[in-house]
Design a protein around this ligand. Structure first.
Ligand code: AMP
Length: 217
């Protein structure tokens, strides 16, 4: 299925985990600006050094930096078969930039999935989240623990907590989400592309729900 979709929703609503599963199932690239920034930060690139100033504080990286990085990603040929954008756009300016870029490429968005969740659930989810620094797999200490505590099932690496997953940074990220990203819900509702998906369910149930939504589109 050549679907071009956006995953919208607050941090910790499960967008990343769901986007990874679906991208695999649909055989399309998963484009996560958060993952791209983390890659640059890990490799100490110029962009990474700039981005770290913001990500560590739970702030958004400036639009021109983010848009430039996304534009470059869309130069790659794999996007022509569809894609999942996860964590982008996150501001009205990014949404406008994306729309004009995709219009030029003649690849308009088909659907925007708004993964919903409540603040308490989000805080519990994010503080318990652990990721593998090697393969990027995501676990949760209660909901989705690895077989051996703190060790990645896939490659045996010791799991880490993302620096921006501490409680204070989450509160900041939620505040930024409500102010900067929440308005995009109205924007995409108006374009008729938005579909709400209840994120407070098991990953597998959500995946099946989304696949059904895509079938009906
Ligand atoms: P995420 O993994 O999507 O929660 O992103 C982690 C961090 O990367 C965010 O808290 C921001 O600092 C930065 N980031 C990711 N995507 C964007 C974006 N679209 N615009 C600005 N900053 C972003």
């Amino acid at each position: 299925m050549k679907t071009r979709m956006i995953f919208l929703g607050p941090p910790g609503a499960g967008k990343g985990s769901q986007a990874k599963i679906l991208a695999n199932k649909l055989n399309i690239p998963h484009i996560s600006t958060g993952d791209m920034f983390r890659y640059h930060i890990k490799n100490n690139t110029k962009l990474g050094i700039e981005a770290k100033k913001y990500t560590d504080q739970g702030q958004l990286v400036p639009d021109e930096v983010t848009n430039g990085m996304v534009k470059e990603r869309f130069n790659e040929s794999d996007v022509k078969d569809g894609f999942i954008l996860d964590g982008y756009p996150r501001t009205p300016e990014q949404a406008l930039y994306l729309e004009s870029m995709l219009n030029e490429l003649k690849m308009p968005i088909d659907i925007v999935l708004n993964i919903t969740s409540e603040d308490e659930v989000i805080i519990r989810r994010i503080t318990g989240r652990r990721t593998c620094p090697v393969c990027g797999s995501i676990y949760h200490i209660d909901n989705f623990p690895p077989k051996v505590p703190n060790i990645c099932d896939k490659d045996g690496a010791t799991l880490v907590q993302r620096k921006d997953d501490s409680k204070e940074t989450i509160m900041k990220r939620l505040e930024v989400y409500n102010k900067e990203t929440y308005p995009l819900i109205a924007y995409y509702t108006q374009t008729g592309l938005l579909v709400d998906v209840d994120g407070n369910r098991d990953l597998e149930v959500i995946t099946n729900d989304v696949l059904e939504i895509l079938e009906q589109k």
